[in-house]
Design a protein around this ligand. Structure first.
Ligand code: ZN
Length: 120
């Protein structure tokens, strides 16, 4: 298993600098980089092939899903082995709800921090 993730990392380093730009994320069909910042910034580079531009959330999910979901991780690995982006995407999607939750909590924390700073 570890070999596949090492392979992904190597591909990632080699792939820096080129990207297939997408208006909509090929994993979740959402706007790139996000609904909030639609088209204003580049999205993330998919670890699948370091070529597809995906939304920020899916960029996070590609990294985090293997930690949240053994099933998602398994599907991602098989997708990678078979060079099947659809399958990879299905695996990544398993971790999307958890990532959304983390981002939401982060936002709340940032707002609380901002309020604290304003009160000083
Ligand atoms: Zn996405």
């Amino acid at each position: 298993m570890a070999n596949h993730w090492t392979l992904v990392r190597v591909k990632h380093i080699q792939g820096v600098g080129r990207m297939n730009r997408n208006e909509f994320c090929p994993i979740c069909d959402g706007a790139v980089p996000s609904e909030e910042y639609k088209g204003r910034y580049p999205g993330a580079l998919s670890r699948f092939d370091n070529n597809e531009e995906i939304c920020s959330l899916c960029g996070m999910a590609e990294a985090m899903t293997p930690l949240f979901s053994p099933e998602g991780r398994e599907i991602m690995v098989v997708g990678l082995q078979n060079d099947d982006f659809e399958l990879w995407a299905a695996g990544v999607q398993k971790g999307l709800p958890q990532c959304r939750e983390i981002l939401e909590q982060q936002k709340v924390a940032q707002e609380q921090l901002k309020k604290l700073n304003e009160e000083e």
